[in-house]
Design a protein around this ligand. Structure first.
Ligand code: TXA
Ligand code: MG
Length: 359
């Protein structure tokens, strides 16, 4: 299959491909997504195929407007409307209860058996058979225009091959998906750079499943108490199950093993300097302030030591850049947990398989 590279004028074309069951790379403010008609089980199955994604890892649905929640979800708590008002459109995904299909539809309707099986309006293949669904209303203007024009909820995981860092440019997505999908619409570089924050509103108190583009502190200000799923901050023990199935998989990983070094920026920079060995094989991802500390080594800058937004924006790009070089080991500085630091920590820890040094 030839993968077309579309430009911002091709919104209608992108929407048309989605409506007719194809796969399109769509820009969002977080990362590029691999979009398909979320009501078409065949199209959704092709997403799993193109990514090499495990079948038990559900997809989130992208909608143009909060009012669409009522079409696909039920028992929507007041908190969901509050969060939608405050953070949508934007990098927040809410886990809500799926709406059941009316009983008469479930009984021998030929139309429905053609479209999908399962008790909910959203096909089982989207939710991996769960009774909940992740809903997101993205902020990227082209993404919104595509969903509006398609007129269907768009199922979209991040547009990377499973396990690789998520793509933050059309070019990065093409690297992974060329020849496997119909098209990618180039909407420029992603402004957030890490995926959406996921909050589960089907439990009390709400549970943070994945830190992302909306910092935890802002969610707390809007909601009050929130708990953190253990998978956010540590490696799960054998047999432990995260609530977001995707959090159990190795993820965001470049080819070379990563060592994350935590501590004050100067101490972690010194630690890396003391432990570097061969300039041919060791690469460093460091804060801008230390750009000149490792002459001769391959260095990717993460942003200023205190600018966790910039770090989030650059992280996946830096991990992918390391892959281009053939380095055999990557040392990475890591910010504290405040603000966007929690998301940067989470992605770096996962990229490193929780190989973390505290200095
Ligand atoms: O920013 C984002 O969220 C991007 C852009 C494209 O919108 N999308 C994205 O999708 O990151 P994905 O599939 O790469 O990550 C979604 C995560 C996975 O870890 C999945 O397991 C979890 O959300 N998830 C999806 N549905 C869920 C559900 N019903 N309950 C718990 N976790 C769910
Ligand atoms: Mg992903």
């Amino acid at each position: 299959m030839k993968t077309e590279l579309l430009n911002p004028n091709d919104i209608e074309r992108a929407a048309g491909i989605i409506r007719s069951g194809g796969l399109v790379g769509i820009p969002t403010e977080t990362v590029y997504g691999l979009g398909a008609n979320g009501l078409n089980p065949m199209a959704v199955r092709n997403i799993f195929q193109a990514k090499g994604r495990p079948q038990d890892n559900p997809l989130i649905l992208h909608i143009p407007d909060p009012s669409w929640l009522e079409i696909y979800c039920q028992d929507i708590p007041e908190e969901a409307w509050r969060l939608a008002k405050r953070f949508w459109p934007g990098p927040l995904t809410m886990i809500l209860k799926c709406k059941r299909r009316p009983p008469e539809e479930l009984k021998n309707s030929p139309v429905c058996s053609l479209t999908h099986e399962g008790p909910y309006i959203i096909p089982d293949v989207v939710t991996a058979g769960l009774d909940t669904v992740g809903m997101r209303c993205p902020a990227h203007s082209m993404c919104r225009a595509i969903i509006q024009a398609a007129g269907v909820p768009v199922a979209a995981p991040s547009g990377n091959t499973s396990g690789r860092p998520s793509p933050t440019s059309a070019w990065h997505m093409l690297e992974d998906m060329d020849g496997k999908i119909d098209a990618i619409l180039d909407g420029g570089d992603c402004q957030v750079g890490v995926e959406s924050t996921i909050v589960d509103l089907t439990c009390q108190p709400p549970l943070l499943l994945r830190p992302g583009g909306v910092p935890l502190e802002e969610l707390q200000a809007a909601l009050g108490k929130i708990e953190l799923d253990p998978a956010v901050t540590r490696q799960l023990e054998k047999g432990e199950k995260p609530r977001a199935p995707g959090m159990k998989y190795r993820h965001y990983a470049p080819k070379a093993p990563v060592v994350v070094v935590k501590g004050s920026p100067v101490r972690s920079a010194e630690y890396i300097l003391e432990h570097l060995s061969d300039p041919r094989w060791d690469g460093v991802i460091c804060f801008n302030e230390f750009a000149n500390w490792y002459p001769g080594y391959l260095v990717e800058l993460l942003g200023g030591a205190l600018d966790t937004w910039e770090q989030a924006r650059r992280l996946f790009r830096a991990l992918r850049a390391m892959d281009e070089t053939g380095v055999k080991r990557i040392w990475a500085q890591c910010p504290g947990d405040a603000g966007m630091g929690l998301a940067v920590n989470n992605r770096l820890n996962k990229a490193a398989g929780f190989h973390i040094v505290e200095v």
